[in-house]
Design a protein around this ligand. Structure first.
Ligand code: DC
Length: 229
């Protein structure tokens, strides 16, 4: 089996990673992988089974006895936990709040990294997004991008997204929550959010997702053309 062509997109919450990964994958004729969904799915299973989120052994046991399935249906990555469709559940605020317990434990991360690699290996072209895709999971990726944006703008985007899905939230409270999550993701000892040394940085504060994707495609096409000359 040949290795897939991989593009990684890392960055903080609300920066547009999922939208951009989905659009870029479509343009490249590949699939996208939202790795945050894998951390969220384990959090859902642990909470549904009443496991203590602080207890590593308990969550490892949850992972042992639970089946996780990630399937593309059109533009949506559907998430199944023991056969139940939890695609909406993984976005609930209590899951967002508790996912840090799963994301902060190395043995759990190692298992999810294996799952992410196995998932990617089934396809020829993969655009994968998260926090550690360029640094830890796919350091050999052909292209690595790191997205940034002003924190108020990121909050505004997430606020809109939540509103569109029927979840109203106070802007300042959301901003505070997102800032805390950023701090946690950046300062944790295991696989913190950070750019790979060779990542291409794109500030998305003042540009929409289409423009970000155009920039990425331009870079990919230019460098691929140069390599094939
Ligand atoms: O991208 P997201 O908001 O769905 O991610 C949910 C959480 O999962 C996020 O706070 C950090 C964690 N995460 C991670 O640690 N590593 C990844 N590759 C993706 C997400």
């Amino acid at each position: 089996m040949t290795s897939p062509f991989i593009v990684t997109i890392d960055g903080p919450a609300g920066v547009g990673k999922s939208t951009v990964a989905r659009m870029l994958a479509k343009k490249l004729g590949g699939i996208f992988l939202d790795t945050g969904a894998t951390y969220r799915a384990v959090t859902v299973a642990a909470m549904q089974q009443g496991a203590d989120l602080q207890d590593l052994r308990a969550i490892l046991d949850v992972m042992d006895r639970t089946t996780f399935d990630f399937r593309h249906e059109g533009d949506v990555l559907k998430v199944f936990v023991d056969g139940n469709d939890e695609t909406q559940t993984i976005r609930q605020p209590d899951i967002t709040e508790n996912v840090k317990y799963v994301a902060g434990k190395q043995p759990l991360r190692s298992r999810l990294v294996e799952l992410q690699k196995r998932f990617a290996s089934q396809f020829d072209i993969v655009v994968t997004e998260g926090r550690d895709q360029g640094t830890v999971v796919f350091p050999e990726a052909q292209f690595k991008f790191f997205l940034t944006a002003d924190s108020k703008e990121r909050t505004r985007r997430r606020h809109e997204e939540l509103k569109a899905s029927g979840q109203e939230m106070d802007f300042d409270e959301l901003h505070e929550q997102m800032s805390q999550r950023d701090y946690y993701d950046e300062s944790r000892t295991v696989s913190p959010l950070k750019p790979a040394p060779d990542a291409i940085h794109i500030d998305t504060t003042n540009i929409d997702a289409e423009t970000v994707v155009e920039k990425m495609l331009e870079i990919i096409t230019q460098q691929t053309d140069q390599q094939s000359v």
